[in-house]
Write a protein that binds this ligand. Structure first.
Ligand code: FAD
Length: 404
């Protein structure tokens, strides 16, 4: 087998290194980390951490001692190229690493805004600990922030900023919030909750330019001719998977690094996992690229098992969460391509789930403040089950009875 070299020490890369040792892998593990921190968790960056809870240590998966004790070499460097014939990775420092198996866990990076003045210091993004830290230090009550993009990160940031007393405007091109990811039922609920908290949401419009006084941001212009004042702009318009290293090495890439159902690239000595991987899914009958902690960690576990002699196709059940203000959204399954939505629970009371059906079969559940429905979905989908729309809508129907 030989050494396993992992490029990227995010959720996927860290989990792979840890799981390999758990599975008894005894050869060299090199984890190449291009961020100036021990491997850390991203979700709190737009939630508790941004709010001011805890120091950087609270984000770390493990203290430094863990890597030492587990004999995981954490290499502070950046992979710059792969020589597949020689099985070598070249690093930015000039050093190189030999691999038996190489795993690309390079994640994704912010999609940058391409409009005038987007390079000003008060135009910010939110992906890394450094970005979250500098936003956390920067935001204070009374500032005016314009959030571009009403996706998960934009809305999580907006809710946190509002709770800290900022004036918040959110600008979104789509006709509803989180339009690409959730059903209209969920969009409507969160839109009204954020509006009630004092966040102004502008839908169906785009920011066309950013105004400045020469140094600082003063506001933005919208595509409908309006202007919004701003001291700060936070951009959450999605991410781009980091595929360049793979592409330069001649590996097939599309909207991610292309891997099969075992998460192997076209080169049998190279896998790709997490946000960067576009994988073949027998479960869903197509290729998928997901951006979630579940996807990153389950991919890692699947590859760790394969590299220690227990190869199985990847078959994780997708799930995700987003905390926005006091509300918790949880999703399980794939809520795209549904043709019918059934609501369970009480929308007005702020605790309900949207059960999504395709051809009469349950394909996903989106829950707001109903953790039980979410956990039910994770167990049901893992077992390959379904319930009828009538059962889903009837709160008198005991979900647990569908699990046996
Ligand atoms: P990443 O975490 O992006 O890690 C990739 C790492 O590889 C990075 O450190 C990168 O710098 C490094 N790298 C890239 N290229 C190289 C190279 N050439 N050499 C060395 N290193 C390299 N998901 C949820 O499920 N729930 C949530 O609530 C949630 N909240 C989120 C909030 C925020 C603010 C963000 C940014 C993400 C959130 N996510 C959430 C998504 C989740 O964090 C990602 O899906 C997850 O981090 C993906 O893990 P990954 O290891 O594939 O990629």
């Amino acid at each position: 087998a030989g050494a396993v070299v992992i490029i990227g020490a995010g959720h996927a890369g860290y989990q792979l290194a840890a799981s390999l040792r758990q599975h008894g892998f005894s050869e060299r593990i090199a984890l190449v980390n291009d961020e100036g921190h021990l491997p850390y968790q991203r979700p709190p960056l737009s939630k508790a951490y941004l709010k001011g809870t805890g120091g950087p240590d609270s984000l770390m998966f493990r203290p430094e001692k863990f890597y030492h004790d587990q004999n995981i070499e954490l290499i502070s460097d950046r992979a710059v190229s792969i020589d597949r014939a020689a099985r070598k990775v070249a690093l930015g420092s000039g050093a190189s690493l030999d691999y038996g198996h190489l795993v690309l866990a390079t994640g994704a990076r912010n999609r940058l805004l391409d409009i005038p003045n987007a390079n000003l210091d008060s135009v910010r993004y939110l992906r890394t600990l450094d970005e979250s830290q500098s936003l956390r230090d920067y935001i204070t009550a009374g500032q005016r922030v314009v959030v571009i993009g009403a996706g998960f990160i934009g809305l999580e940031f907006a809710a946190t900023a509002r709770a800290k007393g900022l004036e918040v405007d959110v600008v979104e091109l789509a006709p509803r919030v989180m339009a690409r990811a959730v059903t209209a039922e969920i969009s409507q609920f969160f839109q009204s909750r954020h509006t009630a908290a004092g966040i102004r949401i502008h839908l169906g419009v785009q920011v066309t330019s950013i105004e400045s006084d020469g140094h600082k941001v003063t506001g933005v212009s919208l595509s409908d001719g309006r202007h919004l004042k701003a001291d700060l702009i936070v951009v959450g318009v999605g991410v781009l998977p980091n595929v360049e290293l793979a592409a330069q090495a001649g590996l097939p890439v599309g909207s991610g690094i292309i891997v099969n159902e075992h998460l192997l690239t076209a080169d049998p000595n190279i896998s790709a996992i997490g946000d960067c991987a576009l994988y073949e899914s027998p479960r869903f009958g197509g290729s998928l690229r997901l951006e979630s902690v579940q996807n990153a960690t389950d991919h890692a576990r699947c590859v760790a098992a394969r590299l220690t002699g227990d190869a199985k196709p990847y078959d994780g059940v997708p799930w995700f969460w987003s905390d926005q203000g006091p509300d918790k959204l949880q999703m399980v399954g794939l809520t795209t391509g549904y043709d019918r939505v059934v609501v369970r629970g009480d929308r007005a009371a702020g605790a309900f789930s949207a059960f999504c059906y395709s051809d009469g079969r349950l394909v996903g559940i989106e829950s707001v403040n109903r953790a039980g429905d979410h956990m039910f979905g994770r167990r049901l989908f893992a077992a390959g089950g379904s319930i009828t729309p009538e059962q889903a809508a009837d709160t008198g129907f005991d979900l647990k009875s569908a699990l046996t």
